[in-house]
Every structure is written in C-alpha cells, then in structure tokens.
Write a protein that binds this ligand. Structure first.
Ligand code: MCN
Length: 791
C-alpha cells in the first residue's frame, strides 16, 4: 500500500490509503446520533395500518407521562403555518403530485406514515409515551403491488385516478412495430424486480438545535446532499429562511440512495426544536427505517425483442408497471422513467426501442432510487431478454451479445432512447472477462458435468453500460428536473501554502476526502498531506448538489479540477510578474512555475500562495488571495461499462446456489484511486448478488411489511459471497477534464443480471428459461419440482 507522502506526479491514479479510515475504525468518527448529547428525543408515532382515515388522536395519556415535554399531531404542525409539502424534484407530463405533509392529518397511506410525535427527556421515555398515543382509524382497502394498484379502489390519493401518477413513454413505437414486423423472431419475457430495502450500517437520524435570539437553526442529519436538504426544508416544508439554516452531514454510515431524500422525520425533529426552543433529536430504529425509508426497484415488466436468425437485433420494447409507494420522494418519478428507459439499449446497437412506464401509487413505503437506480432495472431487462433470445435461437449468449455490440468507432453513440454514450470499448472488456473465466473451457466443463455427473453448472454473462454523473443542468431541465445538475468545488490556498478543498458532494463511505485530495494535489503539484477536503456542511461549502448517481468523481472532481486550473492561472500571473517574464513564457509543472528555457528561474505555487496573500508584489489591478470557486456543469453524463461473469452450481434437490467464481471487468475511465474503485466494485457486486438471490421487501395482503427487520429481510452475508476476480480497462471520458467516469453503482447494475443469468443457465436442462428474483432456494426448488411434474 502506498504512503500519503508519495511523489506528487503520481498521486492521481494511485492506490493511496483512505485517510477517513483510521477515525472510522477507531470509533473517533462522529455520526449524527453522537451530536447534541443532552438533547430531548422525539419518538414518531406511526400508522400501523396501510390505508386508513384518521378519526381521532388522543395525546393525553402520553402527555401525562413522566419526562414527556410535549406531544404534537399533524394538525398542530399544519396550523403552525409552515409550507408542509415534501415535493418531488422531477416533473413528468401529466404527473399527479398530491401534497405530502410531514405528518398525516386526514389519511394514512402506508404503515409508517407519521401521525403524532412525542418529545421527552430521553429516548426511552419518548418511545414509551409514544406507545400510549391513542389513534382511532377507519380502515380502508390497501394495495401494495404496482400492477394490482392500477384501478384499485379506494385510491391511495384522491387526486390520482386509478392510482396512476404518470404514464410515460420514450422511443419511437412505429419504428419498433416495423422492426418487429421485419425480424425473423420475437422473444419475450415477463420480469419482476421486487422491492429492495436499502441497508446502510447507520439508520437515518436527525439532531436539531434552534437559537430563538438569532433565528438560526442547525440540523445534523444523515444526508447525501445537505444543500438540497437545506433548500427543501427551507422552501418546501419548514419555511425556515435558507440563510439561517445550517445543515450538516457529519460522518454518514452508508446511504445507497436512501439518504438522498427529504423525509418527514428531519422536518418533524427540526419543527419540534423550534417549537420548544430545545435541542431535539431523532434516531430511527432499524425496523422504523425499513418501514419509512425509501425502497428501491419494484418493477413488473413485459419485454420483447425482435431478432433475426443470425442474431441481429432489430428492436426492443418494454412495458413496465413501477410501484412508487404512497408518497413521491425527490427522484421517484425520474428513476423509473428517464433513468430506466434511456439505458435499455445497453451496450448494443438496437435500431428501434420503445418503452412505456406506468408509475402507480401503492400503500407501501416510498419507492425511489437505490444503488443503480433505474439503470439497474433497465440493464436487467436487456440482459435477461438477451439470454432468453439466445436460448430460443440456440445461440451462445456471448455470441449474440458480441454480434450486436456498439463499435468503438461509433462513439459518441446516439441511442434510440435519447442518450449519447461518450466513449466505450465494449468488446475489449468482454474479451478480458471471458479470458479470465476461461469461458470455452467452462462451457466444456458444464457439458461434461451435466452429462456425466448430473451436476448443474451455470455460466451467466452480463454486459452493462450506465449513465453516471447526474447531470447536465439544461438537458435535465428540459426533461422535467426542477434542480440543477452542476457541482461546486472550491480550491483555497492558505498563506502557508496548504490547501483546503470544499466540494458540494457529500461522502457516505466512498472516500471523497482521499480522492478529491488526490485530484487537487495532482493538479496543483503539492504534497497530498498539504490538502484537506471539506464536504457536508452548508455553512462551509458554498453550494452543492450532493452525492448520488455516481457523480462525485465526474462532476465534483471536475469542479475541483476546474478550480485548481483557475488558481494555477492566477498564480502563473504572479509568477510571471515576479520573475519578470511574459505569462506565455511561464510553464507550470509539478507545483513549480519556471521560465521556458531557464529552469533555474522558478517559484513554487506554495510560495506564490504566500505572495498572493501578503500582496506586496502582485500585478496592478489584481486582487490579493489565491482561491477559486467553480460551478461545474457537465456537458453530458459519463457512461461507464463492463462485463461480469458468474459461474454457479445449482443443487436441484435443494435449490441451493453456490457461486463458484465471479469475474468483473469494469471500465470507469481514468481511475483516481484504483483501490477505492475496486472497493466500490466489491460492495456493488455484493448488493447485486443480494438482489439476485436473497432480497425482497414483502408486504402481506393487509399492507404490513413482513420483512420489517433484519430477522426477516435476507441480506447477503460473507459466506453468501464469493471471492471476486476483478480487472479493468480504461476508456477515458472525453468530456470532463479528468477523463473519469463514475463507478459507485456500476457493479450493482452488472451483478444482478449476471447471477440470474447464471442460475437460469444452470437450470436450462429442466426447461426453465426464466425465474423471478430473488432466486431463493425455495424459488429454485419449486421451479424444478414444477417442471418435473410437467414432464
Ligand atoms: N472514483 C475513482 N475513479 C473513478 C471514479 C470514482 O477513484 N474513475 C472514486 C471516487 O473518487 C469516489 C468513489 O470512487 O471516492 C465513488 O465515486 P463515484 O462513482 O463518483 O460515486 P459517488 O462518490 O458519487 O458515490 C455515489 C455512489 C452511489 S450513487 C451509491 S448508491 C453508493 C456508492 O456510490 N453508495 C455508497 N458507493 C457507496 N459506497 C459506500 N461505502 N457507501 C454508500 O452508501
């Protein structure tokens, strides 16, 4: 492992140890629940019914308990006159946007909707008293699955007829009809992608402190995007002036998408703090977080592909019902529409694609982006239907894929679903993965073991491409986004030559304090130890959009790089002035400015920082100081890609799956820190495997979350996961200054179809050509039994 003292010229692209780890590993790091140790605690009373009208709420018994400070209902909050409406951040044509109050007043729409809050001196007293709040309900029929939701009565929201929030289409349906008419064959598949409950180590939390004298409100919270939280708390829910609201994300123990959103809980916590003039905090229990935090996926899809006998693809169509849950969070509408439909082309040249998505309200927790958001669902459709088609054509699945890969010379590639892939060498990554697994030999082995030993190996291959780096602001605005997609980065030299970098991205484990320091140290040519990175505090970082959509490297990193460039240009002017040379004659290399042809006449950028602040000898008209701020707005997404291959053995008698080998070849362009990239791939594969084999958020017929705790929700454990064999290719992105592409979600997107394809491949001798996730032992065992019963 390299030390942080390594030479300046190879900092970018090096395996530098993560500087955040020692405090995390020694318990020094402070999380939200470590803040305000003397605060009162709020316990939120939640509906135990999936769908019901609130008739009465009696707080009296709770209020009478020892240690209780106050108790509130949704009426108290509503009558305080705050805006009280959590909004969605992406509008679609015809979208229905019912008001989402931070506490229900009339109706509850899923188990977990907040109906009252009790504030007490400590957490235990608050929970105890909350259990004594007496709520009378009139129960209503509930619905939790997206296809059943359409047309179900009574609707989740009065405003949404048939429970439909939006009906979205992308692509040219006439071109697709023609493609299907012309092709030799049509293969089809019905796919369910169940609800996934994201599991960060740290459940959501908030801690609020209000100063009535100055009207300043400080909120520590588990946020992936503190500036967005500040804006929404200010303009949409609390109405607290934005400039008097400080939102801080201290250490955040994982997010995976779930901590992007503005939930009622932080607003209730802050509202109580303001109301009572006392510090108040809230910490979700794991089961509370399961019931109220966002879930992911929840797609039911019918897909068809038109393909010739030789494997040439003519067209693809997909019709999807997407469950949205009871309330729209900020990306709930973008995730199943634009983030999904635009990636259906995958790595392939598919001349015509059409996608329709019906977004349906259901009586469940809100559904929104989870690692891979939209792109995971889209690539799953494409990579599954390719295997189904290959099977029907009697073609090797890698041959079908190879035949249709987009050629490297065709980039930038305009797909028929509206995106322009930046760069790619898909065949190179695929060949490397096939070589690593020794594909031909594995196929031989598979055949031999089936024939000779009655053993069922499966080989699953998935190619993926994804759009990382949300997002070009103007393009997003044209498609319905109500926020920008830029990122802010500040590079500030101190007079001593040390550097502080501020970035609007916000880490939850990705290692930004290491990688953004690498970017700045490389550009500025200063030692890595001389650069500190600050994120996650709205009073320190000027503005920011946050961390999601694998944007921190391609957008945040680019913002930091752009600011470093600006700083270098100012420093160059000072160097030219002091060295008495023309600016064009001053070169910058490895932190030193020197005159072309006279290398001994030089000044370091760290010396110039000092000169810039004492300001005795800088050019006339120049302002003192050495710092720069950039708002970097990307011209496009970046499109990382790769090929994953799993080798599994399935035991038909028990349904057990053993992943014998897992090969991942990823391409995220230039890598800032290969070790961090590899860590991202490892974590992503684990989550992708979890979705394929184990995870499913299940509700019963009454709308109760039956997988409401870690006892019931199956997460992958170490012994469910194989050793990963990883490699990478490097195809730089042409449109950001670093050549990087995002990587945070890639492996989750690749792993799920890889493993499902492998298991289905193993079961091919039983006549099984598709199974819906999760591929639990029971699912596989039953499918084999059913087929055996058929024969
Ligand atoms: N990186 C790099 N070289 C590249 C690309 C990225 O060295 N070419 C580094 C980055 O500098 C950063 C990390 O890899 O340290 C991830 O970068 P990026 O792909 O830009 O993703 P973000 O930092 O924006 O993180 C978001 C992404 C998403 S969307 C989810 S969900 C997710 C993920 O990251 N959640 C995570 N990875 C996670 N990792 C942890 N530990 N915890 C989460 O909650």
């Amino acid at each position: 492992m390299a030390s942080e003292q390594q030479a300046v010229d190879d900092v970018f692209g090096s395996t530098v140890e993560r500087r955040e780890d020692s405090s995390l590993l020694t318990g020094e790091a402070e999380f939200t629940d470590d803040k305000l140790p003397d605060a009162a605690h709020v316990s939120i009373v939640r509906s135990q019914y999936a769908h019901a009208r609130i008739e009465t709420i009696d707080l009296s018994e709770a209020e009478a308990q020892d240690g209780v400070i106050a108790a509130f209902t949704g009426e108290d909050i509503e009558s305080s006159g705050i805006p009280n409406n959590i909004p969605t951040a992406w509008m679609l044509p015809g979208l229905v946007t019912p008001q989402y109050r931070i506490m229900a007043t009339d109706k509850v729409r899923h188990t977990g909707d907040a109906v009252a809050a009790v504030v007490a001196e400590d957490r235990y007293k608050a929970h105890q008293a909350a259990s004594l709040v007496d709520v009378e309900y009139e129960r209503l029929e509930s619905v939790t699955e997206p296809t059943e939701a359409v047309g179900a009565e009574p609707t989740v929201h009065e405003e949404a007829e048939d429970n439909v929030a939006f009906d979205f289409e992308l692509g040219d349906s006439e071109a697709v009809d023609q493609a299907f008419a012309e092709a030799d064959n049509v293969a089809s598949v019905e796919l369910e992608q169940p609800k996934i409950i994201p599991n960060a180590v740290e459940p959501r939390a908030a801690a609020a402190s209000y100063n009535p004298g100055s009207d300043e409100l400080t909120l520590w919270m588990t946020s992936q995007n503190p500036h967005i939280h500040r804006m929404l708390l200010s303009t949409a829910t609390l109405g607290h002036p934005e400039h008097k609201l400080q939102v801080i994300a201290p250490e955040v123990g994982g997010g995976f998408g779930k901590k992007i959103y503005h939930y009622p809980d932080e607003a209730i916590t802050a509202w109580c703090a303001k109301q009572l003039g006392r510090d108040v905090k809230w910490q979700a229990a794991r089961s509370e977080d399961y019931a109220t935090g966002s879930h992911g996926r929840d797609h039911v899809t019918e897909a068809e592909i038109a393909v010739d006998d030789d494997g040439t693809i003519h067209g693809l169509r997909a019709e999807t019902h997407a469950g949205l849950g009871a309330h729209l969070l900020q990306f709930a509408t973008a995730t199943p529409s634009y983030l999904y439909a635009t990636i259906l082309s995958g790595e392939y040249e598919i001349p015509a694609i059409h996608c329709r998505v019906v977004g349906a309200f259901t009586n469940t927790a809100p559904v929104d982006a989870y690692r891979g958001a939209g792109r995971a669902e889209g690539i799953y459709v494409t990579e599954r239907i390719l295997d189904v088609a290959a099977n029907e054509l009697g073609m090797d699945p890698t041959e079908l894929r190879r035949k249709n890969l987009i050629d490297p010379d065709d980039f930038p590639y305009a797909s028929p679903v509206g995106v322009h892939y930046d760069s790619g060498e898909y065949e190179r990554a695929m060949d490397r993965a096939l070589e690593l697994i020794d594909y031909e030999a594995q196929r031989e082995r598979q055949k031999r073991l089936r024939e000779e030993e009655d053993r069922y190996l499966g080989i699953g291959v998935a190619n993926f491409v994804e759009s990382a780096g949300l997002s070009p602001s103007k393009a997003a605005g044209e498609l319905g986004s109500v926020v920008g997609g830029w990122e802010a980065g500040v590079v500030r030299f101190h007079p001593s030559g040390k550097v502080t970098v501020y970035c609007g991205t916000s880490d939850q484990g990705q290692g930004h304090r290491t990688t953004l320091a690498q970017v700045a140290a490389q550009e500025l040519g200063v030692p890595l130890d001389d650069v500190e990175v600050i994120e996650g505090d709205t009073d320190e970082v000027p503005q920011g959009m946050g961390t999601y959509g694998s944007r921190s490297a391609p957008v945040g990193g680019a913002a930091v790089s752009t600011s470093a460039e600006k700083v270098i240009e100012k420093a160059r002017s000072i160097a030219a002035h002091q060295l008495e040379a023309d600016e064009e004659d001053v070169e910058f290399e490895d932190g030193e400015f020197h005159i072309v042809g006279a290398p001994d006449r030089s000044m370091s950028i760290q010396t110039i920082a000092h000169e810039a602040y004492i300001s005795h000898d800088i050019p006339d008209e120049m302002e003192p100081g050495l710092e720069a701020t950039s708002y970097y707005d990307p011209e496009n997404f970046t499109f990382p890609f790769g090929t994953h291959i799993a080798l599994v053995e399935v035991e038909p008698e028990t349904g057990e799956v053993e992943i014998q080998r897992y090969v991942a070849v990823d391409d995220c362009g230039e890598q800032i820190n290969p070790m961090i990239v590899e860590g991202q791939i490892h974590g992503g594969i684990a989550q992708g495997i979890g979705a394929a084999l184990l995870e499913s958020g299940e509700y019963d017929d009454e709308g109760n979350l039956v997988t409401g705790s870690m006892n019931d929700y199956a997460l992958p454990r170490a012994n469910d996961l194989p050793e990963y064999e990883t490699d990478s290719t490097v195809t730089p992105s042409p449109h950001n200054p670093l050549g990087v592409k995002g990587v945070g979600e890639s492996a989750t997107i690749g792993a799920t179809p890889t493993v499902v394809n492998a298991v289905v491949d193993a079961l091919e001798p039983f006549g099984i050509d598709h199974l819906d996730m999760p591929l639990t032992n029971e699912t596989i065992w039953s499918a084999v039994r059913d087929k055996e019963g058929d024969s």
